[in-house]
Ligand binder design. Structure first.
Ligand SMILES: Nc1ncnc2c1ncn2[C@@H]1O[C@H](COP(=O)(O)OP(=O)(O)OP(=O)(O)O)[C@@H](O)[C@H]1O
Ligand SMILES: [Mg+2]
Length: 233
């Protein structure tokens, strides 16, 4: 497959379970090494040079992160600064300011002193997003970041991602969230990209039927400039 995420663009990765979304994202932030081809971030191959370089450039919100370490929300978010620092280097005023701003942005200030393990799933997810942003990455990669979020926080998160103006590659399952908030969608099926384009181009009843095996009706959204997908078995 070939996929480009342009400046300020949010690109959604859609596809059934096991279609390869997480595998592709792992390749982007160097957990997987591609068998062939390459991934460039800011023009540099992510496989080249030290792993820290990728960590500095790519902010990551992974799927299913372990949460049983005894750190507070503020400490977890501050970890997002570590690729920019030497071992054991203390946090400086810039780090503190970035961490404070990320906590504020994700509505976490009130929870900053709480241990991650004591948070609800959605609160925890927001802490992981704050951690990804605090390193000021040039690409944001998120794997199903709206899991565990209530509807308001789902919309708020994707709204925020749009406003950040960061190139973002995000795996999603909700076709309507993708239609509403992604500039472009790449639809995967069986490890291959079967369609890439605007939400209206990609989310057709035929394609949704072929890839997911469900019946879809695609309507005009009543209040936004995007398709609205109604599904039935
Ligand atoms: N390390 C691995 N070794 C072998 N197979 C793997 C590995 N990681 C993933 N796979 C397989 O590759 C396929 C794609 O997995 P992947 O996790 O990328 O799917 P996904 O699209 O993210 O699915 P989901 O929506 O369930 O998160 C699956 O069949 C999975 O079993
Ligand atoms: Mg996945």
């Amino acid at each position: 497959m070939s996929l480009e995420v342009g400046a300020g663009e949010t690109v959604g990765l859609l596809g059934p379970n096991g279609s390869g979304k997480s595998s592709l994202l792992h390749t982007v932030y160097r957990v997987n090494r591609p068998a062939s081809g390459r991934v460039l971030v800011d023009g540099t191959d992510v496989q080249e040079g030290p792993a820290r370089r990728v960590a500095r450039r790519v902010g990551v919100v992974m799927q299913d992160v372990p949460t049983d370490f005894p750190l507070t929300v503020r400490e977890i978010v501050a970890m997002g600064r570590s690729p920019h620092k030497r071992a054991l280097q203390a946090d400086d005023p810039v780090d503190h300011a970035l961490v404070g701003a990320a906590l504020e942005l994700l509505d976490l200030t009130r929870l900053a002193g709480r241990r991650l393990a004591t948070l609800s799933g959605g609160e925890r997810q927001r802490a992981l997003v704050a951690r990804a942003l605090v390193g000021r990455p040039s690409l944001l990669v998120m794997d199903e970041p709206t899991n565990h979020l209530d509807v308001r926080h789902q919309l708020a998160l994707l709204e925020l991602v749009g406003e950040l103006g960061l190139p973002t590659l995000v795996a999603l399952h909700d076709l309507n969230l993708a239609a509403r908030y992604c500039d472009r969608i790449c639809l995967l099926d069986g490890g291959r990209a079967v369609a890439t384009g605007t939400p209206a181009e990609v989310l057709t009843p035929e394609r949704i039927g072929a890839v997911y095996g469900v019946t879809a009706t695609v309507l005009e959204h009543p209040s936004a400039d995007c398709p609205l997908v109604v599904l039935s078995p």
